[in-house]
Design a protein around this ligand. Structure first.
Ligand SMILES: Nc1ncnc2c1ncn2[C@@H]1O[C@H](COP(=O)(O)OP(=O)(O)OP(=O)(O)O)[C@@H](O)[C@H]1O
Ligand SMILES: [K+]
Length: 322
């Protein structure tokens, strides 16, 4: 009796806040005093298995802040895949569009974190690379009323670009995170991005501008606007981020309060998940303010170990962020 009116209300409001078309990875994390050199074996002090993959991380962060989310992805018909589907359910993410394949294993990421909180990562994408046009077409009718679609590059770039184009056709806002970066990114990625959000190495690979300062990030932003992005955010780790928009092309530095970083793994995804939440729920909020709040969410994530394990929920955050 009580649930029915809420369901009707959801449909009347147009369905989902955030859909992520992207990757799921099982993280195999070793903590060690330092990162090993090539050919070297060192002893670590802790090992754990976690839920990762840029797409899933971003989706889970958006869901924890209160967004109504769905993940469109592919995992293996294996233990890690079953486990991942349960993880989405535990986080309130819809699994209606999570496919399972017996043609590849669930994606896996071997991560080493040193005592300074830096990381080194090897990814085997596996089932993620089998997500394609067929799955997009099948899911799309149900996703039409979505407010924000988020893509990265841990699945086939063709699939990501197609998802972004389909979203644009339906007036769904798009966030594109070109990670991990590829040098020959199809030019349509820029044109299909309402918000193009990258970190420093990605910015450098795409534009040739080495990013160390706020000024450099401003130059990158200007170049990416020229390539067709609606807005650009360059994240700068402890320096926060720089925001530029086609409506307001003067670069705005959005600093973040200093915190003690324990493990920065997944900070970029926490930032993007939060950004997606704000774009969906506060569509009239200035992008700079969304970025200021996303900085604060991501700053919480760097103060705890792991990826999704470090992501805050709405109840853990100051109410002024909502
Ligand atoms: N040391 C830090 N202190 C406070 N905030 C941080 C720190 N590192 C990252 N952040 C927050 O996280 C956001 C993303 O960080 P960053 O630019 O390092 O992304 P990234 O390189 O993609 O991260 P990662 O690859 O570690 O997930 C920053 O814009 C900032 O808001
Ligand atoms: K973390």
């Amino acid at each position: 009796m009580y649930l029915l009116p809420l369901q009707v209300l959801d449909m009347a409001e147009g369905g989902l806040d955030v859909v992520v078309v992207g990757s799921c990875m099982t993280d195999l994390v070793s903590q060690a005093p330092r990162l090993p050199k090539a050919g070297e074996t060192i002893h670590g002090h802790k090992f754990f298995i976690g839920f990762g993959g840029k797409g899933a991380n971003q989706c889970v962060q958006a869901a924890r802040l209160g967004a109504k989310t769905a993940m469109l992805c592919k995992v293996g018909k294996d233990f890690f895949g079953d486990n991942y589907i349960q993880n989405f359910k535990n986080n309130g993410v819809s699994t209606e569009f999570v496919g399972q394949t017996d043609k590849a294993a669930t994606g896996a990421a071997s991560i080493i974190v040193n005592d300074a909180g830096e990381n080194a990562i090897v990814i085997v994408a596996g089932a993620n690379m089998l997500l394609g046009a067929e799955e997009l077409q099948r899911a799309w009718p149900a996703l039409g009323g979505t407010k924000v679609l988020v893509c990265q590059l841990e699945i086939s770039p063709d699939t990501s670009l197609q998802a972004l184009r389909m979203a644009r056709e339906r007036q769904v806002k798009t966030i594109f995170n070109p990670a991990p970066a590829i040098p020959d990114l199809h030019p349509d990625f820029y044109k299909a991005s309402d918000v193009f959000c990258c970190n420093e190495p990605e910015a450098e690979l795409l534009t040739g501008v080495a990013v160390g300062t706020v000024e450099d990030a401003g130059k990158v932003g200007a170049e990416l606007l020229r390539r067709g992005c609606g807005s650009v955010i360059v994240t700068l780790g402890p320096q926060g981020c720089v925001v530029v928009s086609s409506q307001d092309p003067s670069p705005r530095h959005v600093p973040t309060a200093p915190v003690t970083a324990v493990d920065t793994t997944g900070a970029g995804d926490s930032f993007i998940g939060a950004l997606a939440f704000y774009m969906a729920r506060y569509p009239t909020m200035p992008l700079e303010e969304m970025a200021r709040r996303a900085n604060q969410v991501a700053a919480v994530s760097v103060q705890a170990v792991g990826t999704q394990t470090s992501y805050p929920s709405r109840k853990d955050l100051p109410q002024e962020l909502f």
